[in-house]
Ligand binder design. Structure first.
Ligand code: NDP
Length: 394
């Protein structure tokens, strides 16, 4: 069997390392052609020595010499810088690009992969939040597949196999509710990043873990689902399901609902994206009903967790507003992780930035980049102001 050659953007992250676990477990099916990291040179070198890719890219140029020296006795080429990420995904011989960078930094290399005619397994939801319409237009133009890695979107995608002729009435994205499910605003006013990083069901990168605690992750997923599955906002609902066993549900026009279930383990949706349309045998732990006698569902509390409501608002407004939402969220999450703003202030900052950035109804790719830059600038200014208030209140 010819091996499928994979390029992994963000190989050193939570998703990236799990992609490599899948590749390691299915070494007769997959080979690695490109691995990239932002700054983690040590892990990137380790991965390159094990998987022997054609190229590695370290975005942080100051780490180039370290990586180059460590791999000098191998045939792996070493590149550095953001532009090298875009170049590396275009190489001949890459069958699929896994986009597992975090944040809007994923947009340009993902677009480069699509334009080079590569199928993309998409974990980087920010790509579709920032420029959903433009990215989907490119996917159609270049005739590539955009396969979801996010477990909820993989679930929807799996439920839709064989249903191409059957319109969707609505979908339900499930949310664990994060570590603060059921908590009120006065409790949330006191929480810091250490508690927010303790997700009950999933071990993930820091940014998405904070997004899960604020429900922004679900908001970004609502926007991602709109573009991936061509839905209207009113067709996308969120339901809190604390056990994270039902990964999402699709309701068809006859009222019938299909769901996809499994233990919370990203390796399953990753493997499905890599092998679609086939399902292949693996050694992942199986779900046992006896361990989960009760699967429960409840409505999300969008008055306390305002980020989900803000994401719906951004989607309703459309244009560049989801891009504004995403950029300001990236800035506040970083500030929260530095202890500069409180949990509840994150929504205040995002809301203010959404009110201040100039609205563009039909943004070009250039408009999206500029909106991203400008929103970050305003968000940083609002954070600086909020930071003073936060310190004074403590
Ligand atoms: P991590 O923070 O764990 O990993 C991010 C990866 O991207 C790392 O390899 C990091 O390199 C690299 N990176 C970060 N910033 C840049 C940049 N500016 N330029 C180049 N490379 C960069 O994130 P996750 O793996 O948790 O998440 C990745 C994406 O997948 C996100 O969009 C997230 O929403 C999505 N996702 C994640 C899930 C999960 O279980 N983790 C589940 C579903 C979706 P370095 O290590 O050197 O910093």
């Amino acid at each position: 069997m010819e091996k499928k050659k994979i390029a992994i953007l963000g190989a050193t992250g939570s998703v990236g390392t799990q992609v490599l676990e899948v590749v390691r477990a299915q070494a007769d099916r997959f080979g690695v052609s490109v691995l990239t990291a932002a700054t983690n040179a040590r892990l990137l070198i380790e991965q390159a020595l094990e998987f022997c890719p054609k190229t590695v890219v370290i975005a942080d140029e100051s780490k180039y010499n370290e990586v180059k020296t460590a791999l000098s006795h191998t045939s792996t080429g070493v590149r550095a810088g953001a532009a090298a990420l875009e170049e590396a995904v275009q190489h001949d011989g890459i069958d699929m690009v896994v986009s597992a960078l975090v944040g809007s930094a994923g947009l340009r290399p993902t677009v480069a992969a699509i334009k080079a005619g590569k199928d993309v397994a998409l974990a980087n939801k920010e790509t579709l939040v920032v420029a959903g319409q433009l990215v989907m237009d490119l996917v159609r133009k270049h005739g590539v597949r955009l396969l979801p890695v996010d477990s909820e979107h993989s679930a929807i995608f799996q439920c839709m196999v064989g249903e191409q002729q059957n319109p969707i009435e609505k979908i339900y994205l499930t949310a664990s509710g994060g570590p603060f499910r059921g908590k009120n605003s006065s409790y949330l006013a006191t929480v810091g990043f250490e508690e927010a990083l303790r997700h009950p069901n999933w071990v993930m990168g820091a940014k998405i873990t904070i997004d899960s605690a604020t429900l922004m992750n679900k908001g970004l997923e609502v926007i991602e689902a709109k573009w991936l599955f061509g839905l209207q906002t009113r067709q996308i609902d969120v339901v809190v399901h604390p056990q994270s066993i039902v990964h999402s549900l699709v309701q068809f026009e006859d009222g019938s609902i299909k769901a996809q279930l499994g233990l919370p383990d990203m390796k399953l949706p990753i493997q499905y994206a890599l092998t679609f349309p086939a399902r292949i045998q693996n050694q992942l732990k199986r779900f046992n009903f006896a361990d989960f006698p009760a699967l429960t569902f409840e409505r999300p509390d969008t008055e306390t967790f305002r980020n989900l409501a803000l994401a719906y608002r951004a989607l309703e407004i459309g244009g560049n507003m989801p891009c504004v939402l995403n950029a300001s969220n990236e800035v506040v999450v970083a500030a929260f992780l530095r202890g500069e703003v409180g949990f509840l202030q994150m929504s205040d900052v995002i809301e203010e930035v959404m009110q201040r950035v100039t609205y563009i109804a039909v943004p070009t790719m250039g408009n999206c980049m500029e909106t991203d830059r400008h929103s970050r600038e305003i968000a940083a200014e609002v954070v600086a102001r909020q930071k003073k208030a936060y310190y004074l209140a403590r």
